[in-house]
Design a protein around this ligand. Sequence first.
Ligand code: PLP
Length: 394
Amino acid sequence: MKFGTRLVNYDAAPGDSNRPMATPIYQTSTFEQERADSFGQYDYSRSGNPTRRVLEDQLAGLENGKRGFAFSSGMAAVTTVARLLSVGDEIVADWDLYGGACRLFSKVLDRAGVTVRYADASDPEIFAQSFSAKTKLVYVESPTNPLLRVIDLKAISVLARQRGALFCVDNSTMSPYLQNPLDLGADIVLHSATKFLSGHSDVTGGAVIVKDEALAQEIYFLQNAEGSALGPFDCFLVLRGLKTLKLRVQAQQTNAGIIAGFLLAHPQVREVYYPGLPGSHGYDIQQEQARGAGAVLSFTTGSFDRSRRIAETARLFRISVSFGSVHSTISLPGSMSHASVPVELQAVRALPPDLVRISVGIEDEEDLLADLSRAIDSGCSRRLDESIGLGTVG
Ligand code: PLP
């Protein structure tokens, strides 16, 4: 079956003689046991729940993995992957990561004796120089967030395998509709299910998918031991959102391509970061390893004040962290989602202060273009620029 069919055609309620079309919400913490000395398939929802199981199996299938795990947030998923490491182990990560992942790696894992090195994974040769005998986990996003740099996942997977390290890819900006990192050599795929997987800004969740059974056992052990699984109702919401993943991403991506072209031609815009633009960073690799460029893009304006005014003037693009929802959103990563990036990393990572990130929704393209055009025109107005001593861009 092809992807769109798989999104809706699966057993929504295994073993249920009523044969519901949608997965029932098993809102129960415990399951009665027939006998005192033996357990059925489910005994306690932290350890396993039928609604969660349907979601986890569906996620595994969509990412071409063997086992999937649903977590209470994307960060709970990242934390679980990091828990695979022990004292003295090291993570090598790309430097353009979601700020919360950097905060976890740099400010929490150090308490458990795990260290992190950041390097440029878009250059595999340079990246390889950061590996040491202690490197146990290689961690990247692609395209990266918020600079939309493309990482050659096959090349990095080869490096990780040669050094005996696990390779984890955060696939949140793409979704399984556009990219399947396990097919490109990754050991672990991770999602903030808050983003495209659920897609409606109504649930916080995370996912981990693996293909190796021994690794799956370890992830399951940690999920159960730490109690970080997603609750039944939220699993239902992700399952519902997933059914329209293809339709949403197609519509969002089409809008994003049109907006990227508009921004590229706009005289007040300096740089546009979108891997769907020919000549953009990693364009050829993106063409090879993914089935599209997605619906997240960033641009610069020449000044933080202009960018702030654009964000505050836009109406359809609502100021909000996160991405991947049916609504278009706008944010300034430097002062919002990535403000938690540790100072030592801020010094080496080139995150422009005037960077504006937008996540494009399913609204009509004419409305989105009109809104963005108006926001940029008023945000970059000569009168406002002069009042704070800025020259015009362009
Ligand atoms: N990964 C990426 C790329 C993200 O952007 C985020 C959150 O914005 C996360 C992981 C963390 O996910 P959550 O907010 O669901 O914990």
